[in-house]
Design a protein around this ligand. Structure first.
Ligand code: NAG
Ligand code: NAG
Length: 239
């Protein structure tokens, strides 16, 4: 019986170590600070922590909308081109599919690659929004579907929903990008996320996964290693 309880607690300790936290990122398609955060912080960290991060991308920022009959009219922080860009993001988030021939290219992986590309290339200000260029680079095979969506009421509807979701966090949104763990705003997490997203993520994962362990001040990681070690020692003595 005791052995059984210990086995269960060991299992719980290990499975709990697979901690995962929802991270909501409120951003805008043409915003330089959003691009900087996504390209330099979010993208590399999300790749490293894909099992620990439940990423929710919300491409609306400080835009606003009003409805006029069945139409939705948007005003965007960086002008009308940004509204188009935000719709491309909204439609991509909805329509990107995992590649069934390459199991590693899940919807999540392709979405992260595509959004990273869009943010980086949109800052080059070469004219056209890089929707197609990035679809070709990342091998998103349904660009036509995404473009159709972005240019039609489907895209407006999706973007409007992101507007409502942004308003649920803060209205008006104070800064872009805003990063909210568990969909709740915290100014310390916000500040740390912009400086060092990895540290902010690790602070919000309990117990910390192995990738957090060489960070200064990651006490929870040490505690969890300690717990597993103690349980293992007890188990080896019993068997
Ligand atoms: C898929 O991922 C696995 C594990 O990370 C790796 O070993 C394998 O080479 C990858 N396959 C492709 C086609 O990239
Ligand atoms: C969609 O809209 C963009 C921006 O307004 C435009 O450049 C593009 O040609 C449109 N595409 C289609 C298929 O209408």
């Amino acid at each position: 019986m005791l052995k059984y309880i210990l086995l269960v607690s060991l299992f719980v300790a290990f499975s709990h170590a697979q901690s995962k936290v929802p991270v909501y990122v409120y951003y805008e398609s043409l915003c330089p600070d959003s691009a900087k955060f996504i390209n330099q912080q979010l993208y590399p960290v999300a790749k490293q922590f894909k099992d620990n991060l439940d990423l929710k991308l919300i491409p609306f920022g400080k835009s606003s909308y009003r409805t006029q009959g069945s139409d939705v009219l948007f005003e965007c922080h960086h002008g009308p081109n940004e509204c188009h860009g935000n719709k491309v993001h909204a439609c991509a988030l909805y329509h990107i599919q995992g590649n069934s021939f390459q199991p590693n290219n899940t919807k999540e992986v392709l979405t992260l690659e595509y959004v990273n590309c869009l943010m980086e290339r949109a800052q080059l200000k070469s004219g056209e929004f890089p929707g197609k260029v990035c679809a070709d680079m990342v091998e998103i095979h349904n660009w036509e579907t995404i473009e159709q969506c972005a240019n039609n009421t489907e895209g407006s509807g999706l973007l409007k929903n992101y507007g409502d979701e942004t308003a649920k966090l803060q209205q008006p949104l104070k800064s872009v990008p805003t990063i909210a763990f568990r969909q709740s705003f915290d100014s310390d997490n916000q500040k740390l996320s912009l400086e060092n997203f990895r540290a902010a993520l690790c602070k919000n994962l309990s117990p910390s996964p192995v990738q957090c362990r060489n960070l200064p001040g990651s006490a929870p990681a040490i505690a969890s290693v300690g717990l597993v070690t103690i349980v293992s020692v007890i188990l080896t003595r019993l068997f």
